[in-house]
Design a protein around this ligand. Structure first.
Ligand code: INI
Length: 154
């Protein structure tokens, strides 16, 4: 029996992060978490590119451009869609998640997903704090693991 697992070693990995500016204070906290997760797992800061887009709806097109650029080993997407703030929550949150999943399948690029879809600001704050449970940090570490396991499979 052969078991494939991806390590959390990000040494020499090139990582792209797509951030949406809507609810910027939450996304900045997710970005802090993602950078923390990457640096504590060996990714050097000079190997990280960060791209900002206006809102979550614009994350997929920027992510696709990065995924097809040949410059990255893995990507991380960060955003915050808050139900209380928009009548079109469903029209933003669902398509973004579906599109990111599709980009992974179309391009083979692993993409960590921390586009929060929450009921209110309190829930978004809970998931983007400086301690454990920061979804940006979790997505970044998961992105490293997926890059390594896919490399092993290929
Ligand atoms: N974008 C978000 O990232 N989060 C939201 O909660 C949100 N709300 O509430 O509407 C939001 N809307 C903007 C959207 O992502 C696009 O940027 C906009 O529609 C322009 O295309």
């Amino acid at each position: 029996m052969t078991t494939f697992e991806g390590s959390h070693d990000g040494k020499d990995m090139r990582v792209g992060i797509v951030c949406s500016r809507f609810n910027e204070f939450i996304v900045t906290a997710l970005l802090d978490g993602a950078k923390r997760g990457l640096s504590s797992h060996g990714v050097s800061e000079s190997n990280i590119d960060v791209v900002w887009v206006p809102g979550a709806f614009e994350i997929p097109i920027a992510t696709k451009a990065m995924a097809t650029s040949g410059r990255y080993d893995t990507l991380v997407t960060l955003g915050a869609v808050i139900r209380g703030e928009t009548a079109h929550f469903e029209y933003v949150a669902g398509p973004v998640a579906d599109s990111i999943a599709q980009i992974q399948l179309d391009t083979g690029m692993p993409i960590g997903f921390a586009v929060l879809t929450v009921e209110n600001v309190e829930q978004a704050v809970e998931r983007s704090g400086p301690g454990a449970g920061n979804k940006g940090e979790e997505a970044a570490i998961g992105a490293i693991e997926m890059a390594n396991v896919l490399k092993a499979l290929r």
